[in-house]
Design a binder for this molecule. Structure first.
Ligand code: NAD
Length: 279
């Protein structure tokens, strides 16, 4: 398979697929990011060997399955290409046009988008029946779920192959139609957004909001911690897409999210968000 985008999700999905025995070509725009991704994968696998969760020999086999490249043309022989670049419709549309030109005729081109309309990406290609969503969760190696998103043009074969791919990766696929937020983010993001509003209104402190939801609902993470994990830029883009689709005030991004993104406080990825990860 090919993966385009070596951010949080692209690298995680590469690890999942390589561990499942799939040859992965991971495309990053810059060689430095491609190298950093391979180094990150090495580190993650080394940790698993240390914890006796992976044999040392298996680590080498998994690493050998991932090839990091910068040229999109290297994806020409892939059977499945999953894009996981920035959550921006114009950037993804441009990429789909390119992928349609480069990928083999039989290849499925899928998107890991959290909220954007899959149909708009499908219609950038000459193969809209071979386009669908394959939505992994963060962190991809740990989370069991994959949402398979059926655009109105996706064929039964495409959905069956995408579902089989998710299952081969050891994930639990669920099928959902192409509507903003699919299942998880449509339900999760009003909650996260309202947590940011509560914090901004000074109703409780950051630590008390997170402690309340962990202790009161048995959630593994508080909402502000989770926003930092997802990335505030990605969270803002998700809420904007949800609001554009439904015009429901619960989806209108909390102003503090926009201010934090302007200040480059993106969460863990920029090492500061609601929490400070620089120490
Ligand atoms: N972060 C999450 O929790 C999460 C979970 C599931 C799905 N997603 C989705 O996965 C996708 C990627 O998110 P992420 O969290 O990995 O983001 P990220 O910010 O970590 O990575 C984005 C990647 O896209 C690249 N990029 C930016 N602009 C580009 C362009 N114009 N062309 C090509 N590449 C470009 C960046 O260099 C970076 O490598 C998004 O569609 C997002 O909605 C994110």
């Amino acid at each position: 398979m090919g993966i385009v985008g070596s951010g949080i999700m692209g690298s995680g999905i590469a690890e999942v697929a390589a561990k499942a025995g799939i040859e992965v070509v991971l495309r990053s725009r810059a060689q430095s990011t491609a190298d950093a991704m391979v180094a990150g994968l090495e580190k993650s696998l080394a940790k698993q060997v240390e914890r006796n969760k992976l044999e040392a020999a298996e680590r080498d086999t998994v690493l050998a399955r991932v090839r990091a490249v910068t040229d999109l043309g290297e994806l020409a022989e892939c059977d499945l290409v999953l894009e996981s670049i920035v959550e921006d419709l114009a950037a993804k549309k441009h990429l789909f046009t390119e992928l349609d030109r480069i990928c083999a005729d039989h290849a499925i081109i899928a998107t890991n988008t959290s909220t954007l309309p899959v149909i708009e990406l499908a219609m950038e290609t000459g193969r809209p029946e071979k386009v669908c969503g394959v939505h992994f969760f963060n962190p991809a190696p740990m989370m069991a779920l994959v949402e398979i998103v059926r655009a109105i043009t996706s064929s039964d074969e495409t959905i069956a192959e995408a579902t089989a791919f998710a299952a081969a990766c050891g994930k639990n696929p669920v099928l959902v139609k192409d509507q903003a937020g699919f299942i998880v983010n449509a339900l999760l993001f009003p909650y996260l957004n309202n947590a940011a509003r509560l914090f901004d209104a000074g109703v409780a402190t950051r630590d008390d909001i997170d402690a309340a939801m962990k202790g009161g609902c048995n959630f593994p993470m508080g909402p502000l911690e989770l926003l930092d994990l997802v990335g505030l830029d990605t969270s803002l883009a998700i809420l904007e897409a949800l609001y554009a689709e439904f015009k429901d005030p619960n989806y209108a991004p909390a102003p503090i999210l926009r201010r934090m993104v302007s200040a480059e406080r993106l969460g863990r990825k920029s090492r500061v968000g609601f929490y400070d990860y620089r120490k």
